[in-house]
Design a protein around this ligand. Structure first.
Ligand code: XMP
Length: 466
Protein backbone atom coordinates (compact mmCIF):
# COMPACT_ATOMS: atom_id res chain seq x y z
CA UNK A 1 0.00 0.00 0.00
CA UNK A 2 1.33 3.47 -0.83
CA UNK A 3 0.11 7.04 -0.50
CA UNK A 4 -0.34 8.80 -3.83
CA UNK A 5 1.26 12.25 -4.01
CA UNK A 6 -1.20 15.14 -3.63
CA UNK A 7 -1.07 18.92 -4.05
CA UNK A 8 1.09 20.24 -1.22
CA UNK A 9 0.55 23.72 0.18
CA UNK A 10 2.85 23.28 3.19
CA UNK A 11 6.51 22.31 3.37
CA UNK A 12 7.15 19.05 5.30
CA UNK A 13 8.96 20.93 8.08
CA UNK A 14 5.73 22.77 8.88
CA UNK A 15 3.42 19.75 8.86
CA UNK A 16 1.57 19.56 12.19
CA UNK A 17 1.51 16.04 13.64
CA UNK A 18 -0.28 16.84 16.88
CA UNK A 19 -3.00 14.27 17.53
CA UNK A 20 -5.40 12.79 20.05
CA UNK A 21 -4.53 9.48 21.68
CA UNK A 22 -7.63 9.23 23.85
CA UNK A 23 -10.74 11.30 24.39
CA UNK A 24 -9.03 13.77 26.73
CA UNK A 25 -5.34 13.41 25.92
CA UNK A 26 -3.47 15.06 23.08
CA UNK A 27 0.03 14.13 21.92
CA UNK A 28 2.53 16.36 20.11
CA UNK A 29 3.77 13.35 18.15
CA UNK A 30 1.41 10.45 17.39
CA UNK A 31 3.68 7.66 18.66
CA UNK A 32 2.85 5.23 21.44
CA UNK A 33 5.05 2.44 22.78
CA UNK A 34 3.53 -1.00 23.35
CA UNK A 35 2.82 -2.36 26.83
CA UNK A 36 5.41 -5.11 26.53
CA UNK A 37 8.04 -6.11 29.08
CA UNK A 38 10.90 -5.56 26.63
CA UNK A 39 9.54 -2.17 25.58
CA UNK A 40 7.81 0.06 28.13
CA UNK A 41 8.77 0.66 31.74
CA UNK A 42 9.26 4.08 33.36
CA UNK A 43 12.37 5.02 31.39
CA UNK A 44 10.68 4.55 28.02
CA UNK A 45 7.49 6.26 29.21
CA UNK A 46 9.49 9.27 30.45
CA UNK A 47 11.56 9.48 27.26
CA UNK A 48 8.53 9.28 24.96
CA UNK A 49 6.41 11.75 26.96
CA UNK A 50 9.32 14.21 26.85
CA UNK A 51 9.35 13.90 23.06
CA UNK A 52 5.60 14.47 22.93
CA UNK A 53 4.47 10.83 22.62
CA UNK A 54 3.22 8.26 25.11
CA UNK A 55 4.44 5.06 26.74
CA UNK A 56 2.00 2.41 27.96
CA UNK A 57 3.50 0.65 30.99
CA UNK A 58 3.36 -3.12 30.65
CA UNK A 59 1.52 -5.31 33.15
CA UNK A 60 3.69 -8.42 33.17
CA UNK A 61 4.58 -7.71 36.81
CA UNK A 62 2.94 -7.27 40.21
CA UNK A 63 0.57 -4.35 40.68
CA UNK A 64 3.09 -2.83 43.12
CA UNK A 65 5.82 -2.93 40.49
CA UNK A 66 3.56 -1.36 37.88
CA UNK A 67 2.45 1.32 40.38
CA UNK A 68 6.08 2.13 41.16
CA UNK A 69 6.74 2.57 37.42
CA UNK A 70 3.79 4.97 37.10
CA UNK A 71 4.87 6.96 40.16
CA UNK A 72 8.39 7.23 38.74
CA UNK A 73 7.03 8.72 35.52
CA UNK A 74 4.88 11.18 37.43
CA UNK A 75 7.73 12.12 39.75
CA UNK A 76 10.11 12.75 36.84
CA UNK A 77 8.80 16.30 36.41
CA UNK A 78 6.22 18.59 37.98
CA UNK A 79 5.45 22.28 38.37
CA UNK A 80 4.75 21.58 42.00
CA UNK A 81 5.82 18.24 43.45
CA UNK A 82 2.98 17.07 45.67
CA UNK A 83 4.31 13.84 47.18
CA UNK A 84 7.42 15.52 48.55
CA UNK A 85 10.10 13.29 50.07
CA UNK A 86 10.85 14.75 53.51
CA UNK A 87 12.97 14.04 56.55
CA UNK A 88 12.27 14.61 60.27
CA UNK A 89 14.53 16.84 62.39
CA UNK A 90 15.42 13.94 64.69
CA UNK A 91 16.58 11.62 61.89
CA UNK A 92 20.29 11.07 61.31
CA UNK A 93 22.39 12.42 58.46
CA UNK A 94 22.91 8.81 57.35
CA UNK A 95 19.15 8.36 57.00
CA UNK A 96 18.80 11.63 55.11
CA UNK A 97 21.57 10.63 52.70
CA UNK A 98 19.92 7.28 52.17
CA UNK A 99 16.65 9.01 51.24
CA UNK A 100 18.43 11.35 48.81
CA UNK A 101 20.18 8.41 47.17
CA UNK A 102 17.04 6.26 46.94
CA UNK A 103 14.98 9.02 45.32
CA UNK A 104 17.86 10.53 43.35
CA UNK A 105 17.33 14.00 44.84
CA UNK A 106 19.69 16.63 46.16
CA UNK A 107 17.80 18.04 49.12
CA UNK A 108 14.99 17.42 51.60
CA UNK A 109 12.50 19.70 53.33
CA UNK A 110 12.58 18.96 57.07
CA UNK A 111 9.14 18.54 58.64
CA UNK A 112 8.01 18.12 62.19
CA UNK A 113 4.65 16.38 61.77
CA UNK A 114 3.28 18.43 58.87
CA UNK A 115 5.08 21.65 59.76
CA UNK A 116 8.09 22.80 57.74
CA UNK A 117 10.98 23.47 60.12
CA UNK A 118 13.98 23.54 57.80
CA UNK A 119 15.63 22.38 54.62
CA UNK A 120 18.61 20.05 54.22
CA UNK A 121 20.65 19.99 51.04
CA UNK A 122 23.46 17.77 49.84
CA UNK A 123 25.88 20.61 50.51
CA UNK A 124 24.86 20.77 54.21
CA UNK A 125 25.80 17.16 54.80
CA UNK A 126 28.70 16.73 52.42
CA UNK A 127 31.45 16.04 54.99
CA UNK A 128 29.22 15.73 58.05
CA UNK A 129 29.33 13.08 60.75
CA UNK A 130 26.72 10.51 59.70
CA UNK A 131 25.42 10.20 63.25
CA UNK A 132 24.54 13.87 63.63
CA UNK A 133 20.86 14.80 63.71
CA UNK A 134 19.33 16.56 60.72
CA UNK A 135 18.24 19.51 62.92
CA UNK A 136 21.85 20.37 63.74
CA UNK A 137 22.74 20.88 60.05
CA UNK A 138 19.54 22.03 58.37
CA UNK A 139 18.94 25.62 57.25
CA UNK A 140 16.24 26.91 59.57
CA UNK A 141 15.40 30.16 57.82
CA UNK A 142 13.70 28.69 54.76
CA UNK A 143 12.59 30.77 51.76
CA UNK A 144 9.03 29.60 51.03
CA UNK A 145 6.05 30.52 48.87
CA UNK A 146 2.30 30.40 49.37
CA UNK A 147 -0.07 28.07 47.58
CA UNK A 148 -1.05 30.70 45.01
CA UNK A 149 2.49 31.00 43.61
CA UNK A 150 2.74 30.89 39.81
CA UNK A 151 5.47 29.48 37.61
CA UNK A 152 7.10 32.80 36.65
CA UNK A 153 7.11 34.14 40.20
CA UNK A 154 8.67 30.88 41.46
CA UNK A 155 11.44 31.25 38.88
CA UNK A 156 12.06 34.79 40.08
CA UNK A 157 12.34 33.76 43.75
CA UNK A 158 14.68 30.86 42.97
CA UNK A 159 16.90 33.21 40.99
CA UNK A 160 16.77 36.08 43.49
CA UNK A 161 17.85 33.88 46.41
CA UNK A 162 20.11 31.62 44.32
CA UNK A 163 18.32 28.57 45.70
CA UNK A 164 17.32 25.28 44.05
CA UNK A 165 14.22 24.35 46.04
CA UNK A 166 11.18 26.39 47.02
CA UNK A 167 8.83 24.73 49.53
CA UNK A 168 5.15 25.69 49.28
CA UNK A 169 3.46 26.16 52.66
CA UNK A 170 0.00 27.11 53.90
CA UNK A 171 -0.78 29.75 56.52
CA UNK A 172 0.03 27.33 59.35
CA UNK A 173 3.40 26.57 57.74
CA UNK A 174 2.32 23.02 56.73
CA UNK A 175 4.28 21.74 53.72
CA UNK A 176 2.00 21.59 50.64
CA UNK A 177 4.47 21.04 47.84
CA UNK A 178 7.87 21.80 46.40
CA UNK A 179 9.05 23.70 43.32
CA UNK A 180 12.55 22.88 42.15
CA UNK A 181 15.02 24.49 39.78
CA UNK A 182 15.47 21.06 38.14
CA UNK A 183 11.79 20.86 37.16
CA UNK A 184 11.82 24.38 35.81
CA UNK A 185 14.91 23.75 33.71
CA UNK A 186 13.44 20.47 32.37
CA UNK A 187 10.48 22.40 30.96
CA UNK A 188 12.88 24.41 28.82
CA UNK A 189 14.86 21.31 27.85
CA UNK A 190 11.84 19.36 26.55
CA UNK A 191 9.56 21.90 24.86
CA UNK A 192 7.48 19.20 23.11
CA UNK A 193 6.81 17.20 26.27
CA UNK A 194 3.25 16.20 27.05
CA UNK A 195 2.31 17.14 30.59
CA UNK A 196 -0.81 16.98 32.72
CA UNK A 197 -2.34 19.89 34.63
CA UNK A 198 0.21 19.47 37.44
CA UNK A 199 3.12 19.68 34.98
CA UNK A 200 3.79 15.95 35.29
CA UNK A 201 4.50 13.79 32.25
CA UNK A 202 1.55 12.03 30.63
CA UNK A 203 1.49 8.33 31.45
CA UNK A 204 -0.60 5.31 30.45
CA UNK A 205 -0.70 1.78 31.84
CA UNK A 206 -2.02 -1.52 30.54
CA UNK A 207 -4.49 -3.54 32.60
CA UNK A 208 -6.23 -6.83 32.17
CA UNK A 209 -10.00 -6.39 31.78
CA UNK A 210 -10.34 -8.90 34.61
CA UNK A 211 -8.21 -6.94 37.09
CA UNK A 212 -10.47 -4.19 38.40
CA UNK A 213 -8.39 -3.91 41.55
CA UNK A 214 -5.21 -3.13 39.59
CA UNK A 215 -7.10 -0.63 37.42
CA UNK A 216 -8.40 1.18 40.53
CA UNK A 217 -4.95 1.31 42.13
CA UNK A 218 -3.35 2.70 38.96
CA UNK A 219 -6.18 5.13 38.31
CA UNK A 220 -4.81 7.86 40.60
CA UNK A 221 -1.37 7.69 39.02
CA UNK A 222 -1.96 7.50 35.27
CA UNK A 223 -3.91 9.49 32.70
CA UNK A 224 -4.92 6.56 30.51
CA UNK A 225 -5.68 2.91 31.22
CA UNK A 226 -5.37 0.59 28.24
CA UNK A 227 -7.43 -2.58 28.37
CA UNK A 228 -4.87 -5.09 27.25
CA UNK A 229 -6.34 -8.20 25.73
CA UNK A 230 -5.66 -9.86 22.38
CA UNK A 231 -9.37 -10.34 21.53
CA UNK A 232 -11.49 -7.57 23.04
CA UNK A 233 -14.64 -8.58 21.15
CA UNK A 234 -15.66 -11.16 23.74
CA UNK A 235 -18.73 -11.19 25.96
CA UNK A 236 -16.80 -11.77 29.21
CA UNK A 237 -14.28 -9.08 28.32
CA UNK A 238 -17.11 -6.61 27.64
CA UNK A 239 -18.72 -7.40 31.00
CA UNK A 240 -15.45 -7.00 32.88
CA UNK A 241 -14.56 -3.78 31.00
CA UNK A 242 -17.92 -2.29 31.94
CA UNK A 243 -16.88 -2.54 35.61
CA UNK A 244 -13.55 -0.86 34.92
CA UNK A 245 -15.21 1.91 32.91
CA UNK A 246 -17.52 2.75 35.80
CA UNK A 247 -14.86 2.32 38.48
CA UNK A 248 -12.09 4.65 37.30
CA UNK A 249 -11.57 8.31 36.32
CA UNK A 250 -8.71 7.87 33.83
CA UNK A 251 -9.45 7.67 30.10
CA UNK A 252 -10.02 4.01 29.20
CA UNK A 253 -8.75 2.86 25.80
CA UNK A 254 -10.08 -0.56 24.77
CA UNK A 255 -8.51 -3.21 22.56
CA UNK A 256 -7.35 -5.03 20.71
CA UNK A 257 -10.05 -5.24 18.14
CA UNK A 258 -10.11 -5.15 14.39
CA UNK A 259 -13.57 -5.47 12.87
CA UNK A 260 -16.52 -3.22 12.16
CA UNK A 261 -18.70 -5.40 14.40
CA UNK A 262 -16.35 -5.17 17.37
CA UNK A 263 -16.22 -1.37 17.17
CA UNK A 264 -19.98 -1.22 16.66
CA UNK A 265 -20.54 -3.32 19.79
CA UNK A 266 -18.05 -1.31 21.81
CA UNK A 267 -19.69 1.98 20.84
CA UNK A 268 -23.24 0.80 21.41
CA UNK A 269 -22.80 -1.50 24.43
CA UNK A 270 -20.13 0.24 26.51
CA UNK A 271 -20.37 3.65 28.15
CA UNK A 272 -17.35 5.88 28.46
CA UNK A 273 -14.81 4.30 26.10
CA UNK A 274 -12.07 6.91 25.41
CA UNK A 275 -10.33 5.29 22.46
CA UNK A 276 -9.55 2.12 20.52
CA UNK A 277 -6.36 0.10 20.17
CA UNK A 278 -6.76 -1.78 16.92
CA UNK A 279 -5.02 -4.50 14.95
CA UNK A 280 -4.91 -8.20 15.72
CA UNK A 281 -1.99 -10.39 14.75
CA UNK A 282 0.19 -7.96 12.76
CA UNK A 283 2.93 -7.49 15.33
CA UNK A 284 6.44 -8.40 14.28
CA UNK A 285 6.55 -10.97 17.10
CA UNK A 286 3.02 -12.36 16.52
CA UNK A 287 2.34 -15.86 15.36
CA UNK A 288 -1.41 -15.71 16.09
CA UNK A 289 -2.43 -15.17 12.47
CA UNK A 290 -0.01 -17.77 11.21
CA UNK A 291 -0.81 -20.50 13.72
CA UNK A 292 -4.50 -19.80 14.44
CA UNK A 293 -5.44 -18.36 11.06
CA UNK A 294 -7.26 -15.59 12.89
CA UNK A 295 -6.48 -11.91 12.84
CA UNK A 296 -7.29 -8.42 11.61
CA UNK A 297 -4.20 -6.83 10.04
CA UNK A 298 -3.58 -3.33 11.32
CA UNK A 299 -4.57 -1.38 8.21
CA UNK A 300 -7.73 -3.42 7.72
CA UNK A 301 -8.55 -2.95 11.40
CA UNK A 302 -8.04 0.82 11.29
CA UNK A 303 -10.22 1.20 8.21
CA UNK A 304 -13.05 -0.97 9.58
CA UNK A 305 -13.06 0.62 13.04
CA UNK A 306 -12.88 4.12 11.50
CA UNK A 307 -15.92 3.26 9.35
CA UNK A 308 -17.88 2.04 12.36
CA UNK A 309 -17.00 5.11 14.43
CA UNK A 310 -18.01 7.41 11.56
CA UNK A 311 -21.31 5.56 11.08
CA UNK A 312 -22.14 5.84 14.79
CA UNK A 313 -20.92 9.43 15.10
CA UNK A 314 -18.39 8.41 17.75
CA UNK A 315 -15.60 11.00 17.77
CA UNK A 316 -12.94 8.83 19.38
CA UNK A 317 -9.30 8.22 18.48
CA UNK A 318 -7.93 5.01 17.01
CA UNK A 319 -4.45 3.74 17.88
CA UNK A 320 -3.08 1.54 15.08
CA UNK A 321 -1.13 -1.26 16.75
CA UNK A 322 1.41 -3.63 15.25
CA UNK A 323 3.47 -4.14 12.13
CA UNK A 324 5.00 -0.68 11.86
CA UNK A 325 8.42 -0.84 10.25
CA UNK A 326 9.11 2.77 9.32
CA UNK A 327 7.71 6.30 9.05
CA UNK A 328 5.87 5.42 5.83
CA UNK A 329 3.89 2.70 7.65
CA UNK A 330 2.95 5.27 10.28
CA UNK A 331 1.74 7.70 7.61
CA UNK A 332 -0.35 4.98 5.92
CA UNK A 333 -1.95 3.92 9.22
CA UNK A 334 -2.80 7.53 10.07
CA UNK A 335 -4.14 8.14 6.58
CA UNK A 336 -6.45 5.14 6.96
CA UNK A 337 -8.07 6.82 9.97
CA UNK A 338 -5.80 6.29 12.98
CA UNK A 339 -4.91 9.15 15.31
CA UNK A 340 -1.79 7.54 16.71
CA UNK A 341 0.39 4.53 16.05
CA UNK A 342 1.68 1.96 18.56
CA UNK A 343 4.92 0.09 18.10
CA UNK A 344 6.85 -2.41 20.15
CA UNK A 345 9.55 -3.32 17.68
CA UNK A 346 10.77 0.21 16.91
CA UNK A 347 10.99 1.19 20.58
CA UNK A 348 12.47 -2.10 21.83
CA UNK A 349 15.60 -1.01 19.93
CA UNK A 350 16.12 2.00 22.16
CA UNK A 351 18.36 2.52 25.15
CA UNK A 352 15.33 3.28 27.34
CA UNK A 353 13.67 -0.10 26.69
CA UNK A 354 14.20 -2.60 29.53
CA UNK A 355 16.97 -5.12 28.98
CA UNK A 356 20.62 -5.04 28.16
CA UNK A 357 22.46 -4.43 24.94
CA UNK A 358 24.15 -7.49 23.46
CA UNK A 359 27.03 -7.52 20.97
CA UNK A 360 26.94 -10.18 18.24
CA UNK A 361 29.52 -10.19 15.46
CA UNK A 362 30.38 -6.54 15.97
CA UNK A 363 26.77 -5.39 15.97
CA UNK A 364 24.57 -4.44 18.93
CA UNK A 365 21.14 -5.87 19.67
CA UNK A 366 18.40 -5.72 22.33
CA UNK A 367 16.02 -8.47 23.31
CA UNK A 368 12.42 -8.19 22.06
CA UNK A 369 9.70 -10.72 22.80
CA UNK A 370 5.97 -11.10 22.21
CA UNK A 371 3.83 -11.07 25.34
CA UNK A 372 2.47 -14.41 24.15
CA UNK A 373 5.94 -15.88 23.72
CA UNK A 374 6.86 -18.81 25.95
CA UNK A 375 9.35 -16.88 28.10
CA UNK A 376 7.00 -13.90 28.64
CA UNK A 377 4.14 -16.23 29.60
CA UNK A 378 6.30 -17.89 32.24
CA UNK A 379 5.92 -14.67 34.25
CA UNK A 380 2.17 -15.29 34.05
CA UNK A 381 0.89 -11.78 34.87
CA UNK A 382 -0.22 -11.11 31.32
CA UNK A 383 -1.22 -14.68 30.58
CA UNK A 384 -4.86 -13.61 30.26
CA UNK A 385 -4.02 -11.38 27.28
CA UNK A 386 -4.34 -14.53 25.19
CA UNK A 387 -7.33 -16.84 24.86
CA UNK A 388 -8.12 -19.34 27.63
CA UNK A 389 -7.50 -22.62 25.75
CA UNK A 390 -4.41 -21.17 24.15
CA UNK A 391 -2.61 -20.67 27.43
CA UNK A 392 -0.42 -23.60 26.72
CA UNK A 393 0.16 -22.40 23.17
CA UNK A 394 2.62 -19.74 22.22
CA UNK A 395 1.16 -16.78 20.32
CA UNK A 396 4.43 -14.91 20.01
CA UNK A 397 8.12 -15.30 19.43
CA UNK A 398 11.21 -13.80 20.99
CA UNK A 399 14.45 -12.62 19.51
CA UNK A 400 16.74 -9.64 19.02
CA UNK A 401 16.32 -6.27 17.36
CA UNK A 402 19.18 -3.95 16.31
CA UNK A 403 20.17 -1.43 18.96
CA UNK A 404 19.46 2.15 17.85
CA UNK A 405 20.48 4.30 20.83
CA UNK A 406 18.30 6.90 22.50
CA UNK A 407 14.57 7.02 21.92
CA UNK A 408 14.82 10.74 21.10
CA UNK A 409 16.98 9.94 18.04
CA UNK A 410 14.61 7.20 16.85
CA UNK A 411 11.62 9.50 17.39
CA UNK A 412 13.21 12.41 15.54
CA UNK A 413 13.91 10.21 12.51
CA UNK A 414 10.33 8.93 12.52
CA UNK A 415 8.97 12.47 12.89
CA UNK A 416 11.01 13.69 9.91
CA UNK A 417 9.88 10.70 7.82
CA UNK A 418 6.24 11.10 8.81
CA UNK A 419 6.26 14.82 7.98
CA UNK A 420 7.84 14.03 4.60
CA UNK A 421 5.19 11.36 3.84
CA UNK A 422 2.40 13.73 4.80
CA UNK A 423 4.03 16.39 2.66
CA UNK A 424 3.90 14.04 -0.36
CA UNK A 425 0.25 13.33 0.39
CA UNK A 426 -0.39 17.08 0.45
CA UNK A 427 -1.62 17.15 4.06
CA UNK A 428 -0.65 19.86 6.52
CA UNK A 429 -2.05 18.01 9.53
CA UNK A 430 -3.58 14.65 10.44
CA UNK A 431 -7.17 15.82 9.88
CA UNK A 432 -6.23 16.84 6.34
CA UNK A 433 -4.45 13.53 5.85
CA UNK A 434 -7.72 11.71 6.65
CA UNK A 435 -9.51 13.78 4.01
CA UNK A 436 -6.90 14.06 1.29
CA UNK A 437 -5.01 10.77 1.35
CA UNK A 438 -5.40 8.54 -1.70
CA UNK A 439 -4.06 5.00 -1.54
CA UNK A 440 -2.74 2.70 -4.23
CA UNK A 441 -2.02 -1.00 -4.00
CA UNK A 442 1.42 -2.05 -5.11
CA UNK A 443 1.78 -5.39 -6.90
CA UNK A 444 4.59 -7.78 -5.99
CA UNK A 445 6.39 -6.75 -9.20
CA UNK A 446 5.85 -3.07 -8.32
CA UNK A 447 7.25 -3.60 -4.85
CA UNK A 448 10.36 -5.17 -6.37
CA UNK A 449 10.72 -2.23 -8.79
CA UNK A 450 10.45 0.39 -6.06
CA UNK A 451 13.43 -1.06 -4.21
CA UNK A 452 16.93 0.09 -5.13
CA UNK A 453 18.00 -1.98 -8.14
CA UNK A 454 20.90 -2.48 -10.51
CA UNK A 455 23.30 -1.30 -7.88
CA UNK A 456 25.44 -3.25 -5.48
CA UNK A 457 24.65 -2.14 -1.96
CA UNK A 458 27.25 -2.61 0.78
CA UNK A 459 24.70 -4.53 2.86
CA UNK A 460 24.00 -7.09 0.14
CA UNK A 461 25.94 -9.90 -1.41
CA UNK A 462 26.81 -9.95 -5.10
CA UNK A 463 23.93 -12.45 -5.53
CA UNK A 464 21.39 -9.65 -6.14
CA UNK A 465 23.36 -8.32 -9.11
CA UNK A 466 23.04 -11.55 -11.02
P1 XMP B 1 5.26 -4.75 16.58
O1 XMP B 1 5.02 -4.92 15.11
O2 XMP B 1 5.68 -3.39 16.95
O3 XMP B 1 3.84 -5.02 17.28
O4 XMP B 1 6.20 -5.81 17.07
C1 XMP B 1 3.63 -4.84 18.65
C2 XMP B 1 2.24 -5.29 19.03
O5 XMP B 1 2.10 -6.71 18.90
C3 XMP B 1 1.13 -7.19 19.83
N1 XMP B 1 1.74 -8.31 20.58
C4 XMP B 1 1.54 -9.59 20.27
N2 XMP B 1 0.71 -10.17 19.39
N3 XMP B 1 1.48 -12.30 20.07
C5 XMP B 1 0.67 -11.54 19.30
O6 XMP B 1 -0.12 -12.08 18.52
C6 XMP B 1 2.34 -11.78 20.99
O7 XMP B 1 3.07 -12.49 21.67
C7 XMP B 1 2.35 -10.35 21.10
N4 XMP B 1 3.02 -9.50 21.93
C8 XMP B 1 2.62 -8.26 21.57
C9 XMP B 1 0.75 -6.04 20.71
O8 XMP B 1 -0.48 -5.55 20.26
C10 XMP B 1 1.88 -5.04 20.48
O9 XMP B 1 1.51 -3.69 20.70
Amino acid sequence: MILLPGLAETEPGHVDIKSRVSKNCILNIPFVSSPMDTVTESEMAIALAREGGLGVLHRNCTVEEQLEMAKKVKRAEAVVIRDVVTVAPGQSVAEALELMKKHNISGLPVVDGKKLVGILTGRDVRFADLNLKVESLMTKKVITAGEDIDFEKAKEILHQHRIEKLPIVDKLWALKGLITFKDISLRGKYPSAIRDGEGQLLCAAAVSPFDLERAKKLDRHVDILVIDVAHFHNVRVFEATRKILSGVNADVVVGNLGTYGAAEDAVTKLDGVAGFRVGVGSGSICITTESMKAGAPTLHAVAKVADALADYGADLPIIADGGVKNAGDIAVALAAGASAVMSGNLFARCKEAPGTVMAVGGRYYKQYRGMGSPSAMVKRYSLDRYSQPAKGLAEGVEGWVPYKGEASTVVQELVAGLRASMGYAGAKNIHELWEKARFAMVTAAGAEETRPHDILLPSESTERMK
